[in-house]
Ligand binder design. Structure first.
Ligand code: ADP
Ligand code: MG
Length: 306
C-alpha cells in the first residue's frame, strides 16, 4: 500500500502562502511611504569570487526592489555570462552596446545604458560575451584598474541631486563575475560599498578570507573609500539547522553589516530569469520577492556608511 503520509512538499504550499500572507500584513511592504533618495549616488559592488552564491539574483532583485520603492537604479552587468542582462530582459547579443565598449573602448557609459522594459526607473548596461576578452585586453591598457570608476563618475546622472537633478541615479549596482580578476578589480575601485551575498550552505565562509584580503589591498592602494557595508544571506532554508548555523556564523563575523532579512530559497526566485523577469515582477507576493523588498528597504534606510 502506498504511503499517504503528507510530505513537507505537500504542506509547503499552504504553509508558504500563510507565511507570505502574514509577512504582507505585518509589513505592508509596498504600501509604506516612499524612501528618501540618498544624498549622492550610492555605488555598490556585488561580489564574491565563488560562483552560484546569488550575486546576480541579488543584484537584479535588490535593484528592481529599490526601483519599485521609488529609487532610480542602474545595474551594470560586469559578468561576460550576461545573466543579469537576461533577468532584466535586455538584449545582450554580440554587437549590442555594452559594458565592454565602456570599459575597453572608453565609450561614455550613458551611450550603453538601456531601460529595463519590465521595471520603471531601472536601467541596465548589458554584458555581451565580448567582455570575456576584456580581462586580458585590459592588461595592456592605461590605468586599467580605474576605467569603470571613470566611466561611472563621468556619467551625467551620477552625483548629488543638486548637481544632477531629478533624473539622477540613486543606486548603481555592479554585478561581478565569479573571479577576482581585472573586471572585479575595476568594480572594487569603482564602488564605495560592497555587497557580499553569502549562500547559507556548508563551506559558505570558505574563500571569504581571500575576498576580504583583496578588499584590504584595494583599500590600501586603490580605493580607500571602499567599505563592506552589506552582507546578504541568500538561499536560506529555515528548515535546516545548517542554514541557521551558517547565518549565525555570518552575523558573528560581520555584525551590523549583515542585512536582517535573509533571502529564502524559493523556486519562484530561480524561475523568474527564464521569463526575462526578476521575482519582483514575476511573483511579487512570493516570499522571495517580499524578502528582497524588505532587504532593499533596509539597505536604503540604513544609508551609506559615514
Ligand atoms: P551567482 O551570480 O553568484 O553565480 P546566481 O544569482 O546566478 O549566483 O544564483 C545561482 C543559482 O541559484 C541560479 O540558478 C539562481 O536561480 C539560483 N538562486 C539564487 N537565489 C535563489 C533563491 N533565493 N532561491 C532559489 N534559487 C536561487
Ligand atoms: Mg552571476
Amino acid at each position: 500500500m502506498a504511503d499517504t503520509t503528507p510530505t513537507y512538499e505537500d504542506l509547503a504550499t499552504p504553509l508558504a502562502r500563510a507565511a507570505e500572507h502574514s509577512v504582507m500584513v505585518r509589513h505592508g511592504a509596498r504600501m509604506r511611504p516612499p524612501l528618501p533618495r540618498p544624498e549622492r549616488t550610492r555605488v555598490f559592488v556585488v561580489a564574491n569570487q565563488k560562483g552560484g552564491v546569488g550575486k546576480t539574483t541579488s543584484t537584479v532583485n535588490v535593484g528592481a526592489a529599490l526601483a519599485q520603492l521609488g529609487q532610480r537604479v542602474l545595474v551594470i552587468d560586469l559578468d561576460p555570462q550576461g545573466n543579469a542582462s537576461t533577468a532584466l530582459s535586455v538584449d545582450h547579443r554580440r554587437g549590442v552596446p555594452s559594458t565592454y565598449d565602456a570599459l575597453v573602448d572608453g565609450v561614455p557609459l550613458e551611450e550603453v545604458v538601456t531601460a529595463c522594459p519590465e521595471v520603471p526607473n531601472l536601467f541596465v548596461v548589458p554584458a555581451t560575451i565580448d567582455l570575456a576578452g576584456a580581462e586580458i585586453e585590459l592588461v595592456s591598457v592605461v590605468a586599467r584598474e580605474t576605467r569603470l570608476h571613470k566611466a561611472i563618475q563621468g556619467h551625467p546622472l551620477v552625483g548629488t541631486l543638486d548637481e544632477v537633478g531629478e533624473e539622477r541615479y540613486d543606486y548603481v549596482l555592479i554585478d561581478c563575475p565569479p573571479s577576482l580578476g581585472l573586471l572585479t578589480l575595476n568594480a572594487l575601485v569603482a564602488g564605495a560599498e560592497m555587497m557580499i551575498p553569502i549562500q547559507a550552505e556548508y563551506y559558505a565562509l570558505e574563500g571569504l578570507g581571500q575576498l576580504l584580503e583583496t578588499v584590504e589591498m584595494v583599500k590600501a592602494h586603490l580605493n580607500p573609500r571602499l567599505a563592506v557595508s552589506t552582507i546578504l544571506v541568500t538561499m536560506y532554508d529555515g528548515r535546516t539547522r545548517l542554514a541557521s548555523g551558517v547565518a549565525d556564523e555570518v552575523r558573528e563575523h560581520f555584525g551590523d553589516a549583515v542585512v536582517r532579512t535573509n533571502i529564502p530559497r524559493s523556486v519562484r526566485v530561480s524561475e523568474a530569469p527564464s521569463y526575462g523577469q526578476t521575482v519582483m515582477t514575476y511573483d511579487p507576493g512570493s516570499p522571495g520577492a517580499l524578502c528582497y523588498l524588505e532587504a532593499a528597504r533596509e539597505i536604503a534606510t540604513k544609508g551609506a556608511p559615514a
